[in-house]
Design a protein around this ligand. Structure first.
Ligand code: GLU
Length: 456
């Protein structure tokens, strides 16, 4: 189901960000978020920021951050700007100070066990398990006693009890009643920040106009809209929450991140354009289809075509799509990759055009390069056919008509035709049961090698 577009272009070019935590490599579901942001920025002449949410020093690593950049580059997603949260604590400290001064950030001393006990009591009473704000009612003496006992506080954001509304670019008119939410913890006991506050402080600082992310963040949005206001933002950004990719069984992808990581798909030889097309178009009203370039995909993509229904992702479909993409790739678009396999020179392009339709993975082209360039093991022709083939072999120069002329002459001499003629010739020329059109391969193999293969 298509949702009418909620995005009416403003005079200001949009600023979006993709904000992974570098606590692992990204999978195809994360790539979906990155691509949706990237395409949205490209379509509207905007800016795409890569932000590493690495405030969790224990789990974040430089290696993962670099790996994510490699994965994005492979997909063709190039950030206009890049920063990491671990460089920006001064900004978050200032934001926290501002909230404290406004009475919106308050210290709480409950232990996890105490909170759990309260929660269970509330549920038993049939009350919603919302934090009771007991910390706000502590007397000065009680606070002093807690401090004397060495209890460090964590800090909660005091929500206004209102219904927060926003017009979601994917989900349409959305609202959350903040009275039904617990005041969120923004700062842990050890002074470290949870994701919520740094994210909003950064979005304000970077003038982010559109927060586009997975629907697992919908419930954060009301809190964040209140935070934007509390931190003095003139206006909260627009929000869009896209549906999440699931497996064919409808389960989330997170458990399978290993198999569906961008790195593992790349290593398995899956085409990046297939990954991008499936990641961006699955679960939208635009058909998943093979594309020839990322700009072509960016042109097809439409954020308002994303649906609220689940987006089932099928690995078999990815593999099939990858082959269809591969079979349509121009020589230009694979030139560098072929060069990396030492496939260069005047034969590289005609070989690519002849063989691309037979490939499962791009790297398989090396095998056909060997067939036209190297000594290979072939299967000898039966004696009669061999004699006729040698006798009829035309002189060079050869082109794509040579094959027809040669085989017509052999057919006349031997009476062989169809498979009985072509199959032994294919085995003798290529050593392979099947493959690209021999009319195209023959001039690339050349007369000297053909003589060696059928005469030797
Ligand atoms: N680091 C957060 C995540 O990966 C970012 C969420 C957001 O885009 O606001 O889920």
């Amino acid at each position: 189901m298509t949702h009418p577009s909620h995005y009416s272009p403003t005079p200001i070019a949009p600023v979006v960000r993709f904000a992974p935590s570098p606590t692992g490599r990204i999978h195809i579901g994360n790539a979906r978020t990155a691509l949706v942001n990237f395409f949205f920025a490209k379509q509207h002449g905007g800016k795409f920021i890569l932000r590493f949410d690495d405030t969790d020093a224990e789990r974040s690593t430089e290696e993962y951050a670099l790996g994510i950049e490699v994965d994005l580059a492979w997909l063709g997603v190039t950030p206009d700007a890049k920063f990491r949260q671990s460089d920006r604590f001064a900004l978050y400290d200032a934001a926290a100070r501002r909230l404290r001064e406004a009475g919106r950030l308050y210290p709480c001393h409950e232990t996890p066990e105490e909170l759990e006990r309260k929660r269970r009591l509330q549920i038993a009473r049939g009350a919603p398990p919302v934090y009771d704000r007991a910390a706000l009612n502590l007397t000065d003496a009680e606070r002093a006693a807690l401090a004397a006992a060495g209890r460090k506080p964590h800090w909660r954001f005091k929500l206004d009890p209102e219904v927060v509304r926003w017009d979601d670019l994917v989900r349409g008119d959305s609202h959350i009643d903040c009275a039904s939410l617990s005041d969120p913890v923004l700062v842990r006991e050890d002074g470290s920040y949870l994701y919520t506050l740094p994210s909003v402080a950064d979005d304000i600082d970077a003038n982010v106009t559109h927060i586009i992310r997975g629907e697992d963040h919908v419930t954060n949005t009301a809190v964040q809209i209140q935070l934007f206001r509390a931190l003095g933002a003139k206006k909260a950004p627009h929000f869009a929450h896209h549906n999440l990719l699931t497996g064919t069984d409808g389960q989330g992808l997170s458990k399978r991140t290993g198999a569906l990581s961008i790195a593992s798909l790349r290593e398995a030889g899956v085409e990046s354009l297939a990954v991008a097309a499936l990641a961006a178009l699955t679960g939208s009203s635009i058909a998943v289809q093979p594309v020839h370039s990322l700009p072509e995909l960016a042109g097809l993509f439409e954020i308002s075509a994303m649906s609220r229904n689940s987006a089932r992702f099928d690995e078999a479909e990815l593999r099939a799509l990858s082959q269809r993409v591969l079979h349509g790739l121009s020589y230009e678009s694979v030139r560098d990759r072929l060069a990396a396999h030492d496939i260069v020179g005047f034969k590289a392009e005609p070989l690519w055009l002849a063989a691309r339709g037979n490939l499962t993975r791009c790297s398989d082209i090396s095998d056909w390069w060997s067939v036209v360039e190297n000594e290979i093991t072939v299967i000898a022709l039966p004696p009669d056919l061999r004699a006729a083939a040698l006798a009829a072999l035309p002189p060079e120069p050869w082109d794509e008509t040579t094959w027809a002329a040669w085989t017509a002459a052999i057919k006349e001499k031997t009476g062989l035709k169809g498979k009985a003629l072509f199959h032994p010739l294919r085995l003798a020329l290529t050593g392979r049961e099947s493959g690209p059109e021999l009319a195209k391969l023959l001039p690339l193999i050349g007369r000297a090698k053909v003589l060696a293969r059928i005469g030797g």
